[in-house]
Design a protein around this ligand. Structure first.
Ligand code: ZN
Length: 342
């Protein structure tokens, strides 16, 4: 089968033919139809310090996908050939303290497809049935981005949203999803900031009531004014940019909540007393998707028609055009970029 492979401990990815996998006990074989391209794939392609410490080539990359079940391993029940599915890409141990207390998203033994084992930028992938979710009418191009969309659902829905003002800091694809989810979940006002006008336009399309160009406007003052002098009830930090992190803390109201998803490159100096403690705020670190609460909430929002992520999808490429897909992500102007494998 055709796949995108990280072959060597050096920059670059290869499009090549690799053996088609066989489903083992409790696993299914899925023919991939759509796959989402993510910043993580860019790190792996560029072979940055994180990739150098984590990836063991050769490996098939890609972790966001949806497709059709075409083979069942031994002992698989409850799934059938022909079903359209997506999957949680974090394969967890099921026996650590976190897994046994309903917190598998922070399992200490997590292995991620396309990072720690073969991934989804291929014609076929094998997944354990525990991780497979049926699409039930959700199109595969939407199913393929339920992993990053799930990060946004996790970020937004673990805060109290109905009747709240929400400030989304950073309008990459996950930030844009967060804007639409916050509106769908009953936020009264959603404010979004970014430095890129194209991304701000996407946030507006997803329902942002107010957008702030952080390169030109006073972000904190605008949020305070737009929230009757209080600050936002909930701030979702989706950028990881140090200046934006300080804006997040300065824009949240006293006693508010800051959801942290964006990953800063290095250390960020924080004034704990003034930015966090004296404001009485709550911080929540977002990693992955709650298994499987986030997935069920997301399926219901999608199937119920309350939330449609498709305006955020700006580019589609065939599998072999991975380099073009990565370069539109590098440009910073793209929304969500997906690969079509059919
Ligand atoms: Zn575990």
């Amino acid at each position: 089968m055709q796949a995108i492979v990280k072959e060597k401990r050096a920059p670059g990815l290869s499009v090549k033919s690799v053996p088609k996998p066989t489903p083992g006990k409790g696993e299914v074989l899925i023919a991939v139809r759509h796959a989402g391209v993510c910043g993580t794939d860019l790190h792996i392609a560029d072979w940055d310090p994180w990739a150098q410490g984590r990836i063991k080539p050769p490996i098939v990359v890609g972790h966001e996908f949806a497709g059709e079940i075409q083979g069942l391993g031994e002992g698989v029940t409850g799934l059938r050939i022909g079903q359209l599915v997506t999957a949680e890409g974090h394969i967890v141990c099921g026996h650590c303290l976190q897994c046994r207390t309903g917190n598998s998203h922070i399992c200490k033994n997590t292995r991620i497809i396309g990072v720690d084992r073969d991934g989804a930028f291929a014609e076929y992938i094998v997944m354990p049935t525990t991780n497979v979710l049926t699409l039930s009418g959700i199109p595969t191009e939407v199913g393929a981005i339920m992993d990053p969309m799930g990060n946004a659902f996790h970020t937004v829905l673990t805060a109290e949203i109905p009747g709240s003002t929400v400030f989304v800091v950073g309008c990459g694809p996950i930030g844009c999803f967060a804007v639409g989810i916050a509106r769908a979940a009953g936020a009264t006002k959603v404010i979004a900031s970014d430095v890129n006008p194209k991304r701000l336009a996407l946030a507006e399309k997803m329902g942002a009531n107010v957008v702030i160009n952080a390169a030109k406007e006073d972000v904190v003052r605008t949020v305070i004014t737009e929230t009757d002098g209080e600050g936002a009830d909930v701030v979702c930090e989706m950028s990881g940019v140090p200046s934006a992190l300080h804006q997040a803390f300065a824009s949240v109201r006293l006693g508010g909540r800051v959801q942290l998803l964006g990953i800063p490159k290095g250390d960020v100096p924080i004034n704990f007393a003034d930015e966090i403690i004296f404001k009485g705020i709550t911080l929540y670190g977002v990693i992955g998707r709650r298994m499987y609460q986030t997935w069920h909430q997301m399926r219901r929002f999608l199937i119920g028609g309350q939330f449609d992520p498709r305006p955020v999808i700006t580019h589609k490429f065939p599998l072999a055009k991975i380099e073009e897909a990565l370069s539109v992500i590098r440009s910073g102007d793209a929304g969500k970029v997906i690969l079509e494998i059919v």
